[in-house]
Design a binder for this molecule. Structure first.
Ligand SMILES: Nc1nc2c(c(=O)[nH]1)N[C@H]1C(S)=C(S)[C@@H](COP(=O)(O)O)O[C@H]1N2
Ligand SMILES: [Mo]
Length: 230
């Protein structure tokens, strides 16, 4: 049985996490909010696109039934008919990609550890196309600083700094452990990255937008660290 965790439990967990972090007292909260901005700057300064996360052996793989599935919708959202990915924003060649087109591009596979802010971690391999390949295909215009990922999961989204999004271990993944994604894990396409916490990796993708501005995110706008580095 898959350990599906409902939105209610997830939100309860998030509230407990912020309580444990001491966010309930006003002076502490103000201090932490100030620290968060300071942290985001520091984390970005420490981030090196040359630094890669360790890739793990097959023996480290978590049994799939024990790899949690998170989605904010009440049920895992079904793939819309005639699904395609829209790529837009400040690009020379805005366009659409079908899954077949994405699978015809250069493919990458990596087995890494997933880190959820709620305290669990798990290991799987992920198959897909690097976001840097998509950026190359689309042709970035000057001024792109952020990449926004949008989904068909009740409006879930996340925006990233460009260096993390174009890191060699950041993929638009269609596969998990060598098979197509299940609906629970984000079918037909999700972000998977070795350099970010779970909530940054938008599942059920519909759009990738290369932007000047930071457009926040579903959890980020509720207080989770925007950079969300591992
Ligand atoms: N669209 C969408 N993407 C999402 C989420 C979500 O609720 N909806 N949850 C995030 C969180 S908090 C985590 S930990 C991972 C979980 O990925 P998994 O379900 O494959 O374990 O997806 C992330 N991406
Ligand atoms: Mo998460």
């Amino acid at each position: 049985m898959n350990s599906r965790i409902s939105r209610r439990r997830f939100v309860a967990g998030a509230a407990a996490a912020s309580f444990l972090a001491g966010c309930d007292s006003y002076p502490v909260k103000t201090f932490l909010l100030a620290m968060k901005d300071w942290n985001a700057g520091c984390e970005a300064a420490l981030f090196s696109p040359a630094r890669t996360a360790p890739e793990l052996p097959e023996s480290a793989t978590t049994p799939e039934a024990a790899f949690p599935e998170y989605f904010i919708s009440d049920d895992a959202p079904d793939v819309p008919p005639n699904w395609f990915l829209t790529v837009g924003g400040l690009v020379e060649r805005p366009g659409r990609f079908t899954l077949a087109e994405l699978r015809a591009m250069t493919q990458t596979s990596m087995r890494v550890r997933h880190h959820c802010v709620e305290g669990w971690s798990a290991v799987a391999s992920w198959q897909g196309v690097r976001v840097s390949e998509i950026a190359r295909a689309a042709g970035l215009k000057p001024g792109v600083r952020h990449v926004e990922f949008r989904s068909f999961d009740s409006g879930y989204w996340s925006s990233w700094d460009l260096p993390s999004a174009t890191h060699p271990q950041t993929l638009l993944a269609w596969g998990m452990n060598g098979h197509p994604l299940t609906t629970g894990h984000g079918a037909p396409l999700r972000v998977y990255s070795a350099v970010k916490l779970g909530y940054k990796m938008c599942k059920y993708l519909t759009e990738v937008n290369f932007l000047a501005e930071n457009t926040g995110g579903y959890w980020e706008n509720q207080g989770y660290d925007w950079f969300g580095g591992v």
